[in-house]
Design a protein around this ligand. Structure first.
Ligand code: PLP
Length: 425
C-alpha cells in the first residue's frame, strides 16, 4: 500500500514515510492509494471473531510492506488492550463505549497505534525523534500516555495554562522521563502557533528530528476503523446505523473507509455542536467554514475540520450528501438530552456522546433501524458539565489516583526563542 496526498495524487509514499512525515509538504493529507476489500462472507461468522483478529485483518493491507505480521500483532495487542462494550441506551439504540483506555477517550486507540509504529520505525533508523503536540485538552492526554510507553521518542506537549480541566491537566503532567509538559501562558492558538513555528524553523530541524502526533496523521486515523466492527461481533451481520460525534471528522472518516472495505453500514449520522460547518455543507451544498466557537463538547470545537479534505476525496459531492446525514445542536439542547437520557434510561452520556445521540434521534424521526452511538469520552472528563446531572462520584479508580498525583510542568511565556531553547535544552 502506498499513500498519496489529497493535493497531489501522483505522490507515492510508504506507510512508514507517511507516518514519520505526518503531513505531506504540499499541505494535503495522506490517503491510501486504494481501499482493500474484505471477503464477501467476512461478516457471516463475525460473531466468532475477536477484536484482535479483526484488527489484524483490517489493518494488515494498509501496513504490510512496513510491518511484519508479528510486529503488527504485537502493536494491535497493545493498542486494543481495553474493553469496547456495547451498552443499551433504549430499545434499538446502543452506545459503543470507546473510553475505557488510559486517558478515558477514544483518542487512546489512534495515539497508541501511532506511538508503537513510530517506535518500530525509529528503532530501525537508529535515530531519536521529538514529537511536538499542542493540545486544548483531550489529545494531549492520549498522546502523553501512549508515548510514555515507548523508547527513543521524546514528547513535548504544549497546553494553555488554566484552560484544561483538572483531570486533563494531570493526564499531561504526571509522566516523567520522555514526556514533558509545557504550560503556556496563553490560549490554545498560541500553543499551536509555537508548534507551527518550530516546524518552519530550518535551523531547529537541522538539529532535531521533529514530528507530530496530530490527528491528521494516517497512523492515528487508520486504527479507528477497527472498533466499528465491534457491534457486529455482538449483533451479527445485519446493517447498523452509526452516529458519530464529530469535530475534526477523523473518527467518521475512519468509518467511511471501513464501510468501503465492506462494513455493513445502513447510514452514517454526524453530530456536531455549534461548530456546524459540515451539517451546513450537507444541507446547503457549499463549504463555508467559520471561526471556532467554544462549547461544552470542547473536543469538537473545530471551525474548519481537516478531515473534510479526506471525506470529499472518498466520495463525489453528490454522493457524500447521501452517505452522511448531519445535524448540529446547541449546548442548551445537549445538556437537556444528557438530563433526559439519564432520567429516563439511566444512561449517563458525556457532552460529546450526547451530541451524537441527538443527531441519531433527529435522523430516526424519518427513518429506522438498530443504531449505535459512538460514546467518545468518559463523562468524568467533563465534571463541570456532568455535575449538573449527577451528584454521585463517577470517577473510575484510575482517575482518582491520577488526581492525587503531583503535577510536573514547565511554565512558559508565549515566546518562540524560549520554546526553542527548551527544545534544544
Ligand atoms: C476528539 C474528540 C471528538 C471528535 O473526534 P474527531 O475525530 O475529531 O471528529 C469527539 N469526542 C471526543 C471526546 C473527542 O476527544
Amino acid at each position: 500500500m502506498k499513500y498519496y496526498s489529497t493535493k497531489n495524487k501522483t505522490l507515492r509514499k510508504s506507510f512508514r514515510e507517511a507516518l514519520m512525515e505526518g503531513l505531506p509538504a504540499d499541505n494535503g493529507l495522506y490517503m491510501p492509494e486504494f481501499i482493500p476489500q474484505l471477503s464477501k462472507d467476512y461478516f457471516d461468522n463475525i460473531q466468532e471473531k475477536n477484536i484482535l483478529e479483526i484488527a489484524f485483518d483490517v489493518l494488515k493491507p494498509f501496513v504490510r510492506e512496513d510491518l511484519k505480521d508479528d510486529q503488527l500483532k504485537n502493536i494491535i495487542h497493545k493498542t486494543f488492550s481495553f474493553d469496547f462494550p456495547v451498552k443499551k441506551i433504549e430499545e434499538n439504540n446502543y452506545a459503543l463505549e470507546l473510553f475505557h483506555g488510559p486517558s478515558y477517550a477514544f483518542k487512546d486507540v489512534g495515539a497508541t497505534f501511532l506511538a508503537l509504529c513510530l517506535e518500530e520505525f525509529y528503532k530501525v533508523a537508529e535515530e531519536k525523534c521529538t514529537i511536538l503536540v499542542a493540545t486544548s485538552g483531550d489529545t494531549g492526554g492520549a498522546v502523553a500516555s501512549a508515548f510514555s510507553k515507548v523508547k527513543n521518542i521524546e514528547v513535548v506537549i504544549l497546553y494553555p495554562s488554566g484552560k484544561v480541566s483538572d483531570l486533563q491537566e494531570k493526564q499531561l503532567t504526571t509522566f516523567d522521563k520522555n514526556v514533558k509538559a509545557l504550560e503556556v501562558e496563553g490560549d490554545f492558538d498560541d500553543c499551536q502557533q509555537l508548534v507551527k513555528q518550530a516546524f518552519l524553523d530550518s535551523d531547529l530541524r537541522r538539529k532535531l528530528n521533529i514530528s507530530s502526533a496530530n490527528s491528521i496523521n494516517v497512523g492515528r486515523f487508520l486504527p479507528q476503523m477497527v472498533y466499528y466492527f465491534v457491534p457486529f461481533i455482538e449483533f451479527g451481520n445485519a446493517p447498523l446505523n452509526f452516529a458519530v460525534p464529530s469535530g475534526n471528522y477523523g473518527n467518521l472518516t475512519a468509518g467511511l473507509i471501513a464501510q468501503k472495505m465492506g462494513l455493513p453500514v445502513r447510514q452514517f449520522v454526524a453530530g456536531a455542536n455549534s461548530n456546524d460547518v459540515v451539517p451546513r455543507f450537507l444541507r446547503d451544498g457549499y463549504y463555508d467554514p467559520r471561526p471556532t466557537v467554544q462549547t461544552i463538547s470542547n473536543a469538537m470545537d473545530v471551525g474548519n475540520p481537516s478531515n473534510f479534505q479526506r471525506m470529499i476525496d472518498l466520495f463525489p459531492e453528490e454522493e457524500i450528501r447521501e452517505e452522511i446525514k448531519g445535524f448540529a445542536f446547541s449546548d442548551e439542547v445537549t445538556l437537556k438530552a444528557m438530563k433526559t437520557v439519564y432520567r429516563e434510561h439511566d444512561y449517563l452520556l458525556d457532552p460529546h456522546g450526547a451530541v451524537g445521540y441527538l443527531a441519531l434521534k433527529e435522523y430516526l424521526k424519518a427513518s429506522k433501524g438498530k443504531s449505535i452511538v459512538l460514546e467518545t469520552a468518559h463523562p468524568c472528563k467533563f465534571m463541570h458539565v456532568v455535575s449538573k446531572i449527577v451528584s454521585e462520584d463517577i470517577y473510575p479508580a484510575g482517575a482518582k489516583e491520577l488526581i492525587q498525583k503531583e503535577k510536573k510542568s514547565v511554565k512558559m511565556e508565549v515566546d518562540y526563542d524560549g520554546f526553542k531553547g527548551f527544545l534544544l535544552g
